[in-house]
Design a binder for this molecule. Structure first.
Ligand SMILES: C[S@@+](CC[C@H](N)C(=O)[O-])C[C@H]1O[C@@H](n2cnc3c(N)ncnc32)[C@H](O)[C@@H]1O
Length: 308
């Protein structure tokens, strides 16, 4: 991997790259952000995560071949979820009508410049991803600022909304009650919002918005109690092997202080402001403190709050 912007500078003057390439346990390409101090994907691997937390619970088999699938993706990053969807929709005979929101162009550029990433996908998927990376459907900038444009054109029309931001404690801007409410407006009545996060604050917000909320079942490893993320829909979700109802202990957790939402009423607060506001609300709240997390999920994709 080379760092194009720095390639000609003497080694000693190279700034430490903020985005570090890394491989997941499945050998797939990912990045680690030094700025955020968090990986882009679960250590199990970007590819595995894309398939298990986004593609499988999307239940593409619901759609007849030839149908156009409209998808809005928040936090496109390396484009792994996009590529996985492109591959899966092509295999299912569906046409993908894709829109993406992303702050930073570099992750997708780094992925597309990486031989290992390119080797993960058929040439047609890479070509399409390259096209999307340069096209108008990838809306660059703060997703909070770009979302209204998407809503103006796509409100109530999306089959899938993928939310893959850094975890709520790192990037609460994209998990606030206000942002989730706007994202929900993108959905068709039978559309699905999919996220890797199982955070109580996120699930409770989605439930308070009137959505049916279920847990994503990890496909390999982890016990039945483990969740690999969350799916929400405006209409009741049909039973599916990738989904399960929330367990009583998870519902109880939603009613604790952990379930208090991140708030960003004006849509322009910093992460620090949102976190501090929530900390103060938690201190004042009569709700019980959040329960301890279940034990680690060795080898699986399960996680209690969605931290990577
Ligand atoms: C966990 S990574 C996304 C992983 C991605 N789905 C993938 O497959 O590589 C989070 C992404 O959110 C982006 N991001 C951070 N803050 C953002 C914001 N306010 N608006 C839009 N994107 C943001 C980061 O640039 C980063 O690419």
């Amino acid at each position: 991997m080379t760092w194009p912007a720095c390639a000609t500078e003497p080694a000693e003057t190279l700034p430490a790259p903020e985005l570090l390439p890394r491989l997941g346990r499945d050998g797939s390409f990912s990045l680690y952000s030094r700025g955020v101090e968090e990986g882009f994907h679960h250590a199990a691997g970007a590819l595995r995560e894309a398939r298990e937390k986004f593609v499988r619970p999307a239940a593409l088999e619901r759609f007849a071949p030839g149908r156009q699938l409209r998808v809005a993706e928040v936090a496109v990053g390396t484009g792994t979820n996009t590529a996985a969807l492109l591959a899966a929709t092509a295999a299912a005979g569906l046409e993908l009508d894709w829109w993406g929101l992303e702050l930073d162009q570099r992750p997708l550029g780094l992925a597309l410049a990486d031989a290992g990433f390119r080797a993960q996908w058929p040439a047609a998927v890479i070509r399409r991803l390259e096209g999307l990376s340069k096209g108008p459907r990838l809306r660059l900038g703060d997703a909070r600022r770009r979302l209204p444009e998407l809503l103006a054109a796509q409100a109530g029309r999306c089959d899938l909304v993928l939310l893959d931001a850094f975890s709520p404690t790192r990037c609460p801007q994209l998990w606030s009650k206000e942002f989730l409410e706007r994202l929900g407006r993108l959905l068709r009545p039978d559309g699905r919002l999919l996220t890797y996060s199982s955070a109580a604050a996120v699930r409770r917000c989605l439930m308070d918005l009137g959505l049916d909320v279920q847990a994503i079942r990890p496909s390999g490893g982890g016990s039945g109690r483990w969740s690999a993320g969350t799916v929400a829909s405006l209409t009741p979700l049909a039973p599916h092997p990738a989904l399960r109802a929330l367990e009583p202990f998870e519902r109880e957790h939603l009613a604790s202080r952990a379930g208090l939402p991140y708030r960003d009423p004006r849509g322009n607060a910093s992460a620090a402001e949102i976190l501090e506001r929530r900390r103060q609300e938690q201190q004042r709240s009569p709700a019980p403190p959040g329960r301890l997390r279940p034990p680690a999920d060795p080898g699986g994709l399960g996680c209690s709050e969605g931290h990577r």
